[in-house]
Design a protein around this ligand. Sequence first.
Ligand SMILES: NC(=O)c1ccc[n+]([C@@H]2O[C@H](COP(=O)([O-])OP(=O)(O)OC[C@H]3O[C@@H](n4cnc5c(N)ncnc54)[C@H](OP(=O)(O)O)[C@@H]3O)[C@@H](O)[C@H]2O)c1
Length: 260
Amino acid sequence: MKKVFISGCSSGIGKSLAYTYSKKGYIVGLGSRNMVALNLVKKECEEIGGCVFIYRLDVRDHKNCSLVASRFQLDAGGIDFVIANAGIGGHDNLFSGKSFEINNILKTNLLGMTNVLMPFIPFMKKERKGTLVCISSVAGFIPTPHHGGYSSSKVAIRMIFDSWRPTLKRFNIKTVTICPGFIDTPMVAGLGKSFPMKSSNQASQKFVEIIEKGTPTFIYPWPYRLLIWIYYITPKSLYNFLILKIFNKPISKKINNIEP
Ligand SMILES: NC(=O)c1ccc[n+]([C@@H]2O[C@H](COP(=O)([O-])OP(=O)(O)OC[C@H]3O[C@@H](n4cnc5c(N)ncnc54)[C@H](OP(=O)(O)O)[C@@H]3O)[C@@H](O)[C@H]2O)c1
């Protein structure tokens, strides 16, 4: 049986990925902070035949991530796929005079990605197989006002994979960067809700297919590829004028900022 570990599975895309992999008969490891929600996800996955292990995980805490990675490899008997999905939205709190909000986004989305993935790499290197996945975003191509922390975290994780890809390929380790546009999950709030959105179930089924293929970078759904192209050819002074007309306020809600 194939083994997959996914971070951030108490809701949204991670939860849907957990169902999709359970249906496919994988051994699934799930990590999140909210153990009540995670227990419910485990129960629902088991009802459809899944073999699921759950772990309390805060991706900002590298020691916690290393312990959970070792524990899952023991519980499951190895690893094939690791998906760094956990992430938060939120805005930079640009005029607050404090760096807390933006730094928390960077810690969760950027350091959280390296904390989750890196402990698995030595085992994959030894086995000469495996796939690492990060959930980046279209926001990593197109910046929106008030969300510099979020956009930059998503560019950075894509760039980390672009850097690692040729080296890891020599050990038969694939790196897949998924860049979703708006997907209907609890993360999307405010103006984001008025965008046409795919469901997290539709998205997760497509992502699993792409991850199995090992596609290096995947933008979903396809109209966002066109939007990114338009962004690149638009003069930046015009873009800045237009984007402030659309996004004059932060898109996503304030998030729960409990430090590990
Ligand atoms: N929805 C979209 O439109 C969209 C678009 C592009 C990219 N994405 C990316 O997709 C990923 C999943 O987002 P989503 O839309 O499914 O949002 P979501 O429903 O809010 O889920 C986020 C998940 O991340 C977990 N998480 C947050 N902080 C964590 C931490 N410190 N440690 C461990 N887990 C943590 C949460 O679990 P706990 O709170 O239980 O820890 C939750 O399960 C994120 O990386 C997001 O940036 C989403």
